[in-house]
Write a protein that binds this ligand. Structure first.
Ligand code: SF4
Length: 344
């Protein structure tokens, strides 16, 4: 079957599949973005994220992931903005993790779109990715006219601000890609640079090794005391650079129900008491918060307990420091106890 404007038809199919915004771009390489990524990696900004180094070449050349790719579909879903107030004995989690695991929720919708495309255009190849594929998602979204990349390194959509998930579909369909780029940008604003608690953002660069999202989610070792001191009550991710962004002000993201499980923070004492990954899986079933596993989450709770000076956690911290089977947890708990003692 042929349709006069396959792009418009695919956008309608996307809406039917629960994808509120879809852009279309070519499969051409992304040489400028690829070069910027290589410079960033060469400076060691990625810390422990070896997988970024391993996949840099693939990211620059989307066609290398699926050789018969002719076009790239880029999907956006809004999620809720961060909550301002949480209970005093709780730690913060990132707003994107308030809902069901976005990898699964978004992928399900992309797969539904792929099936609809394959039904409509038989012999079409499709392949869907949500955050786990070797893609420069933000660069592709930029080229697809869905937003711009802010100084906080987030994609900023005119409709959803930066509170959105990105998914990508590679397809062998050859689609027109005439979407103009969005006209907004950061202008003279530097609010995220000034607000970043750890100085991870500068005007020209971003050091993931200082970023609280990286430290709480991707980093596998002990968090050094000077950085731990600056992390506040954050247990999973950090929304500060988005919270201050004027493009997020007054945004009504119209996020779907799956973006809200009612979990907006975690009790720090409870997290310190988790003994193994099974308990973490049970407590956080269906969410993306499990990624750092028990080791990372308990480590982060040690940091937050000291920063919040939660004296009710001292016994737990001492037990972790003395006997925990995980060396990272033992060392972080010892450091946390030391930071309690330093405070008058
Ligand atoms: Fe750009 Fe300002 Fe938003 Fe940072 S806070 S991303 S500088 S508009």
């Amino acid at each position: 079957m042929t349709t006069p404007d396959p792009g418009a038809h695919i956008r309608q199919l996307a809406l039917d599949c629960g994808i509120p915004a879809l852009g279309i771009t070519s499969v051409d390489p992304l040489p400028e973005h690829g070069a910027a990524l290589r410079r960033w990696l060469a400076a060691g900004n990625h810390g422990d994220m070896q997988w970024m180094e391993d996949t840099a070449e693939l990211r620059e050349h989307p066609a290398s992931v699926m050789p018969d790719t002719k076009s790239v579909l880029v999907a956006l879903w809004p999620h809720h903005p961060p909550k301002e107030d949480i209970p005093p004995d709780h730690g913060r989690i990132a707003a994107y993790s308030y809902g069901r695991d976005y990898h699964k929720a978004c992928k399900k919708r992309l797969i539904a779109l792929c099936r609809r495309i394959e039904d409509q255009w038989p012999n079409t190849a499709t392949r869907a990715f949500v955050d786990t594929g070797p893609m420069l998602e933000r660069s592709l979204a930029l080229r697809a006219g869905l937003g711009f990349i802010g100084r906080n390194r987030a994609l900023i959509s005119p409709d959803f601000g930066s509170y959105c998930f990105i998914g990508v579909v590679l397809t062998s369909l050859d689609l027109a890609t005439d979407t103009p780029p969005v006209s907004q940008d950061c202008g003279d604003c530097r609010r995220c640079v000034e607000a970043c608690p750890t100085g991870a953002l500068t005007d020209r660069d971003f050091d993931a090794r200082r970023c609280i999202s990286y430290l709480t989610i991707e980093h596998r070792g002990v968090i050094d005391a000077p950085l731990a001191d600056l992390m506040g009550d954050r247990l999973f991710g950090c929304d500060t650079c988005q919270r201050v962004c004027p493009h997020n002000r007054g945004i009504d993201t119209k996020a779907e129900d799956w973006c809200d499980t009612g979990l907006y923070s975690l009790n720090i004492e409870t997290v310190l008491g988790w003994e193994d990954d099974r308990q973490v899986t049970e407590a956080l079933a269906g969410t993306a918060i499990r990624r750092p596993k028990r080791s990372g989450l308990v480590r982060n709770a040690c940091v937050a307990a000291a920063n919040r000076q939660l004296t009710n956690t001292l016994v737990l911290l001492q037990n972790l420091a003395d006997t925990d089977k995980d060396e990272v947890v033992r060392l972080q708990a010892r450091q946390a106890l030391g930071r309690f003692k330093k405070t008058p």
